[in-house]
Ligand binder design. Structure first.
Ligand SMILES: [Ca+2]
Ligand SMILES: [Ca+2]
Ligand SMILES: [Ca+2]
Ligand SMILES: [Ca+2]
Length: 604
């Protein structure tokens, strides 16, 4: 079936609605067209309110049917909060909207699991800012319980938007595999063995950081608790450092299990900023930035956090004169031999850069993501910082700014496609997944698949050229996708997600994906189940680190009461072992995970 709604033939088939009476103008624009037929539908909205045009006829569908939706959109909006979209709403047999329920199976890429995932977010093509015609494509599976789809064009804010070449087609994009591989894997995997089980005390927190904080060659854990303050801010209440035996090394603040939960990142990283072999603790608390000695927790340096700024007003307005900080990212702005700077951000408007002595270097105001991504994009040895809507040079000046609908949940920058030069992949919530040239911001490909939440870059499949991108959606449908290096979809799963943390389990160059119950390969097969795991039903989180034995990863699985560390049952055999390049010190809940190929000769 091809549905080609008559958006050129007048408005008799649509019902118009506007929150602000008399502010909506919808008309046929004879002069502007994207496809070979003349004209397009032009909508002018004169108010900052919401509007919609809903197609009178419903589209008959069955649950689990696959559709590709495509359209060309062009926009001219006057502020950064305005947007428009093509939208499909799933309806049940009684014409009520079908809610999407959870919890998602697998690591959902949020720090929490919920049972209701709210309204369906797939089947939407969103645009914001000012753009010439952009072809936009989406792919979806009709949600369980939905028998009708209602098509609408909707938006909010002052400006103009044009729609053309709207198509809805039953089917699957070419080259996409929908089903997990049922055949046995062609290789055998070392089994997972429980290396350590740490029973946590009243200091347990959803936020876990790792690093060698005392220079004894072993990794330690720092757990953070926090409480909500103000409108959308949070404050670290307690930091506790424990060793691999679960012994408390030091504690800052007062532990309280009521402060376990968190729904976002918090401003703390564990990182050796002076390169003396012992990690420092860089964190915010009580409206101050601290650098504390990792071995003792004693404060070495402190500075007041920056003055609050409303910026473009995304999220809630600031509650306090100074920012409390949302996340900290280590970066190399000075081009030194190791990264010695960091950025601090608020939600979701401002970013401040600091050196290791807590001098503020610059600040930026834009549409901030959850967690910025540092990477040397222009090849001068100094990091640029991707700040959600811009790549910012090391001196604070943007190389480019882009205006996409919604905000960035996660992103990765790396050598992804075949053309030399870094590429950027953005998961921009309801706005979609984007593949861009990192140096110019040019969009090479975009996919509209739901609430784009996670992007991971790693080598998951030896049968696919280059690295793969694993992507997840969350709100309104937890779906999982794999893309090849050209941004073409190769795998899709609308029933579950598998996790986003890559695991170098075998050392043979192919990584696995960490899920709460074990490790999946790039064909969605559970190849390494975790033995004896506890807390099966709650939202455990996963991370990787080389904690013991050879350079292969151990998997850290942590919940409310335990940290479990899994290692391999067998030693590595071979002449060279996979040791991918990562920045594990920049830890976030928001799946900006990059694992790039590197190998180490095994010493005889
Ligand atoms: Ca240590
Ligand atoms: Ca140090
Ligand atoms: Ca650079
Ligand atoms: Ca290891």
């Amino acid at each position: 079936m091809v549905l080609n709604p008559s958006i050129k033939g007048g408005l008799s088939e649509w019902t118009a609605w506007s929150e602000s009476e008399g502010s909506l103008r919808a008309s046929f624009d004879p002069k502007d067209s994207h496809d070979s037929e003349p004209g397009s539908l032009k909508i002018v909205n004169l108010s900052s309110e919401k509007w919609s045009l809903t197609q009178n006829e419903l589209i008959r569908v069955k649950p689990k049917e696959y559709f590709v939706i495509s359209a060309a959109l062009k926009s001219q909006f006057y502020d950064r909060k305005s947007f428009a979209m093509v939208s499909l709403t799933p309806l049940d047999l009684e014409f009520r909207e079908v809610p999407i329920s959870g919890p998602p199976v697998g690591d959902p890429s949020e720090p929490f699991k919920v049972t209701v995932l709210k309204s369906w977010k797939a089947g939407k093509l969103e645009i914001a800012g000012t753009w010439d015609w952009r072809e936009m494509n989406g792919f979806f599976s009709v949600p369980h319980g939905a028998y009708w789809l209602q098509l609408s064009l909707r938006g909010q804010g002052k400006g103009m938007v044009w729609f053309d070449a709207l198509r809805l087609k039953r089917g699957v994009p070419s080259g996409v595999n929908l089903n997990p591989d049922r055949s046995p894997p062609s290789k055998t995997y070392p089994k997972a063995v429980l290396y350590k089980r740490i029973v946590l005390g009243d200091y347990a927190g959803r936020n876990l950081r790792m690093g060698d904080i005392n220079g004894d060659g072993n990794v330690e854990f720092v757990m953070a608790q926090k409480m909500d303050i103000g409108r959308n801010e949070h404050m670290i209440t307690c930091l506790t450092a424990i060793d691999l035996e679960g012994k408390i090394l030091w504690q800052i603040g007062k532990p309280d299990l009521r402060n376990f939960r968190t729904t976002s990142d918090i401003p703390i990283q564990v990182y050796d900023i002076d390169k003396d072999g012992k990690c420092e603790i860089i964190f915010c608390r009580d409206f101050k930035i601290f650098i504390a000695d990792g071995a003792t927790g004693e404060v070495r340096a402190e500075e007041r956090t920056p003055k609050s700024r409303t910026g473009y007003g995304f999220g809630s307005p600031p509650s306090f004169p100074e920012t409390q900080g949302d996340s900290i990212t280590i970066c190399n702005l000075s081009g030194s031999r190791w990264p010695q700077e960091f950025t601090l951000k608020d939600r979701y408007n401002n970013l401040w850069a600091y050196d290791k002595d807590l001098n503020q270097l610059w600040s930026y105001t834009g549409r901030l993501p959850h967690f910025v991504v540092p990477c040397d994009v222009d090849g001068d040895g100094k990091d640029e910082v991707f700040a959600g809507d811009a790549v910012i040079d090391q001196d604070g000046k943007p190389l480019w700014v882009i205006n996409l609908s919604d905000h960035c949940d996660s992103a990765v920058i790396g050598e992804i496609d075949e053309e030399p030069g870094p590429d950027l992949v953005i998961a921009n919530q309801d706005g979609g997944f984007y593949f861009l040239d990192a140096l110019t911001g040019r969009i090479r490909k975009e996919w509209h698949l739901g609430h784009a939440q996670g992007t991971t870059l790693a080598k998951f499949r030896s049968d696919i050229e280059g690295l793969q991108i694993v992507a997840q959606t969350y709100w309104g449908g937890a779906y999982w996708f794999m893309f090849n290096r050209n941004g073409n979809m190769v795998e899709a799963d609308f029933d579950r997600v598998y996790g986003w943390v890559p695991v170098n389990w075998t050392g043979d160059g192919e990584e696995l994906m960490a899920a709460p119950e074990g490790l999946y390969d790039g064909h969605r097969r559970l190849v390494v189940p975790f033995p004896d795991y506890l807390e099966p039903d709650i939202d455990v989180k996963l991370w990787v680190y080389n904690i013991c034995g050879d350079p292969r990863d151990e998997v850290i699985r942590y919940g409310t009461e335990h940290i479990d560390i899994y290692t391999q049952s067998k030693p590595f055999v071979g002449r060279k072992i996979y040791t991918p390049k990562r920045k594990l010190y920049n830890q976030t809940f928001y799946c900006s995970f990059k694992s790039e190929p590197a190998w180490t000769e095994v010493q005889k």
